[in-house]
Ligand binder design. Structure first.
Ligand code: PMP
Length: 346
């Protein structure tokens, strides 16, 4: 960009770099926590009227999810992925944001984009919330929003439920429990508690259960808060194809549930496979990925790519750590075999 243009750009935007998902073409793609199981697009979708705007309220999806999650239609708001909901919520509320670290990077990136301060508190040595430090940080910084990814990306563990409740009860902040990976865990959802706590917001996404291409996330919160956030939502943020396809696929919960069960089985096999490889320390996971520690993360990351396998390199965030998404049985077997070979040769 020419330097003459730079003066027009807000300083907080100038200081940012565009988000780069870091995707490299590899046959076995295990870097983005996607599901290995996609869905066929039915012929009926061809009847969509391309000249008409989508249903701004996503009424079909709203009614379906309201019934299946036992929430009111007015307690739901849809986003173009839950990324967009982070954006909408910070835009609506403003003020200083708190999140633990390491966690999902978009909480911090979007806060900075919107010129809001972000405070981070390191997780403890079991990757759980350091509740005392978090409470102190909330007090000292007039925190308005607390983002908690539980299960947490990239560590994979769920946070202690009591600690999350303490944050809701002992602060005046809005607490977002981002349940992007909740379906892969056996822990209880926070959705039923939305009726009890007006400052609790739960995020969900369809991206991890085989529908990442559709870009649909939703938040569950009190109708009053939904009403406010809805004012900043762009009018037609969920396109017609995504609404229609998501609804058809969600209605077939047998396939969806069996895919999720399969991923959970593959995760357990992957975990025990990783445990058996000398020099690898996997961390237990409630999500569709596993974080693992090795002695030479950069070298192993590159060697995996040479073998056509892409994982996420987290070495600069958590020393020595890589994150592998749970794929098919075949993908997991190949991954474990290649990783084993790399470590034997090292
Ligand atoms: N929350 C968490 C914790 C995530 O890991 C991700 C995706 N990596 C998202 C939200 C974003 O999901 P979506 O595709 O719905 O924007």
């Amino acid at each position: 960009m020419s330097s003459a243009l730079q003066r027009f750009i807000k300083p907080n935007i100038r200081a940012l770099s565009a988000y780069d998902p870091g995707t490299i073409n590899c046959k076995i793609k295990l870097d983005a926590n996607e599901s290995p199981y996609g869905f066929k697009i039915p012929q009926e979708l061809l009847s969509i009227e391309t000249n008409r705007y989508p249903d701004s309220k996503a009424q079909g999806l709203r009614e379906f999810l309201s019934a299946s999650l036992d929430v009111l239609p007015s307690e739901l708001l849809f986003g173009n992925g839950s990324d967009e909901l982070i954006y909408s919520l910070i835009t609506t509320v403003g003020g200083t944001v708190l999140s633990p670290t390491p966690t999902f990077s978009m909480y911090s990136i979007i806060s900075r984009t919107l010129d809001q301060q972000i405070k981070t508190v390191p997780l403890d040595n079991t990757f759980d919330l350091d509740i005392d430090l978090m409470l102190r940080t909330v007090q000292d910084n007039d925190i308005k929003l607390i983002f908690l990814s539980s299960p947490n990306n990239p560590t994979g563990n769920s946070f202690d439920r009591k600690k999350i409740l303490t944050l809701i009860e002992k602060t005046d902040a809005i607490v977002i429990v981002d349940e992007a990976y909740q379906q892969f865990s056996d822990i209880e959802s926070f959705i039923p508690l939305v009726k009890k706590y007006e400052r609790l917001v739960v995020f969900r996404t369809l991206s991890k259960i085989g529908l990442a291409a559709l870009r649909i996330g939703f938040m569950i919160a009190s109708p009053e808060l939904i009403n406010e956030v809805n004012k900043v939502r762009l009018p037609f943020n969920i396109n017609s194809l995504s609404q229609d396809l998501a609804l058809r696929i969600l209605k077939d919960d047998v396939t969806m549930n069996s895919n999720i069960s399969e991923i959970k089985i593959n995760r357990e096999n992957l975990f025990s496979g990783l445990l058996k490889i000398k020099g690898v320390k996997p961390y237990p996971s409630d999500a569709n990925f596993i974080l693992f520690k090795v002695d030479n993360a950069e070298m192993i990351y590159k060697k995996l790519i040479e073998n056509d396998i892409l994982v996420r390199n987290l070495n600069s965030h958590i020393e020595g750590c890589l994150r592998v998404t749970v794929g098919t049985r075949y993908e997991m077997d190949v991954f474990l075999e290649v990783l084993n070979k790399i470590l034997i040769k090292e």
